[in-house]
Write a protein that binds this ligand. Structure first.
Ligand code: MYA
Length: 457
């Protein structure tokens, strides 16, 4: 959260008697991206699993972008899943089946964020999973679970979804998957099940002749192509304060803090309106032009873009998960657009609030990026994103230091969180990207492009 609203000392959060977690601590746990002390930092040889995988070595100097292991074909890949110890069995999840979707929900609800006594839990919805796990080209066998044989209980999960990546510096387009929702039941941690899940999803993806994967995480593994920092913008400061999250700085009053974070009700940019299916073609072409400024970007087909920007029922235009807006000028041209997705927290054990609304900035573009007005335009655009989010009961608006977010963070009253998110590519070397933060101080590199144009959930 912002410096102002940052809770004091989270150092006690690891003791068993620690009080319930604040949102800040939870976001940190989710990202698990605290900085490591030198003593905590592992060397390549200590990564028993990762040192066997086709990933760049830590501290490797990259002189050329390209695949690491180029020699295999799907025929070289085993047809059968990896063996599991006899108490467990592989299970491909059918998320169109309500019971199985509920099982996935429970596994993630109870285990995706670490602490048992949390005051907040991620409030995943069916609609969220349908959106996140079923983009065009999705495959059921890429929703991989492990169950306890005796009880049928789902205890592990990992998912792959198709994604096409472009590396602008070397002008390469790669058919990839995005790996997400890796989760192991708390009672089965530290038993080397994660490498088994990762190898099995790799096998299933390789069988489709796909050899690269994009993933993010707070965990430091060999080797991030970039690291971004979480940024948080309080929208409803008094509610964040009520649930015990927002700290009142000594030199401020509640009134002054509310006033500082208050946004108008009406958006400011003329021609701003919700995106519809008819906008897909012009907005995608706007995004393509805009994204040339980043080193790594996502390429979308129109069908994919429609899914990611308008959700599962684009014709109804009523997604509760993804919100997209365009700016249309008086000639009927789309000049700008933004999108964000909603993933609220359930608030446990609070007399006044049972939910916290959280928005995550997703893709955006503007036709002004080559003009002197770019920074102002971007600030106006994202300011309107913040304003629109109030209608969806958003209490805090999050983003990373990716894209050109560093151009508006300070002005729009985002504050740096303590969490970091590392971006990884499996089986591919890329030139390093700054991720919007200084390598040593981890401070936001104001007004510098981050290199990262791809946004993962
Ligand atoms: S990121 C979200 C990750 N999930 C969570 O944070 C939820 C809560 N945590 C858990 O469920 C567990 O702690 C997890 C680890 C499952 C994270 N990514 O089984 P272990 C390495 C990759 O004893 P556990 C997301 O979903 C660790 O360094 N590796 O550990 C993207 C060690 O290896 P090494 C990780 O704590 C996932 C080994 O696992 C991660 O019980 C992208 C220990 O295994 C991590 N987040 O379980 C996955 N955390 O000995 C990679 C730890 O070498 C995809 N480890 O140090 C790669 C591409 C695959 C497809 C390729 C296709 C071409």
């Amino acid at each position: 959260m912002s410096e102002d609203s940052k809770k004091q000392s989270s150092s006690d959060s690891k003791t068993p008697s620690a009080p319930s977690k604040s949102i800040e601590e939870l976001l940190k746990l989710l990202s698990m991206g605290q900085e490591l002390t030198p003593a905590q930092q592992k060397e390549m040889k200590d990564y028993k699993f990762w040192k066997t995988q086709p990933v760049p070595a830590l501290n490797e100097t990259i002189t050329e972008e390209g695949p690491i292991d180029k020699l295999k074909t799907p025929a070289d890949i085993p047809d059968d899943p990896l063996p599991l110890i006899k108490e467990f069995e592989w299970s491909t999840l059918d998320i169109d089946n309500e019971k199985e979707l509920d099982e996935l929900y429970s596994l993630l609800y109870e285990n995706y964020v670490e602490d048992v006594d949390a005051s907040f839990r991620f409030k995943y919805s069916r609609e969220f999973f349908q959106w996140a796990l079923k983009p065009p080209g999705w495959r059921k066998d890429w929703h991989v679970g492990i169950r306890v044989k005796a009880t049928g209980r789902l205890v592990c999960f990992i998912a792959a979804t198709p994604v096409t990546i472009r590396l602008n510096k070397s002008d390469k387009v790669i058919d990839n998957v995005e790996i997400n929702f890796l989760c192991i039941h708390k009672k089965l941690r530290n038993k080397r099940l994660a490498p088994v899940l990762i190898k099995e999803i790799t096998r299933r993806v390789n069988k489709q002749d796909i050899w690269q994967a994009l993933y993010t995480g707070g965990a430091i593994l060999p080797t991030p192509l970039a690291t971004c920092r979480y940024q948080h913008r309080p929208i409803n400061w008094s509610k964040l304060h009520d649930v015990g999250f927002s700290h009142l700085p000594a030199n401020e009053t509640k009134t002054s803090m509310v006033a500082k974070h208050t946004l108008p009700n009406a958006t400011q940019l003329p021609g701003l309106r919700p995106m519809t299916e008819e906008d897909i073609t012009p907005v995608l072409s706007l995004l393509y032009k805009y994204q040339k400024k980043f080193d790594i970007v996502q390429e979308f087909t129109e069908e994919e873009f429609k899914h990611w920007m308008l959700g599962n029922n684009p014709e109804k235009g009523t997604s509760n998960v993804i919100k997209s807006f365009v700016v249309e000028n008086d000639k009927g041209e789309i000049t700008d657009y933004f999108s964000y997705y909603l993933l609220p927290f359930t608030v446990l054990e609070n007399a006044h609030h049972d939910e916290l609304g959280i928005a995550y900035l997703f893709y955006y573009a503007t036709d002004s990026s080559e003009t002197p007005e770019y920074k102002t335009r971007l600030n106006d655009l994202i300011n309107d994103a913040l304003i629109t989010s109030k209608k969806f009961n958003v209490d805090v608006f999050n983003c990373l230091t990716c894209q050109d977010n560093t151009y508006f963070l300070k002005n729009l009253k985002f504050g740096s969180g303590d969490g970091f998110l590392n971006y990884y590519l499996f089986n591919y070397r890329t030139f390093p990207m700054n991720g919007g933060i200084d390598k040593d101080s981890k401070d936001v590199l104001e007004d510098q492009t981050s290199g990262i144009g791809v946004v993962l959930l």
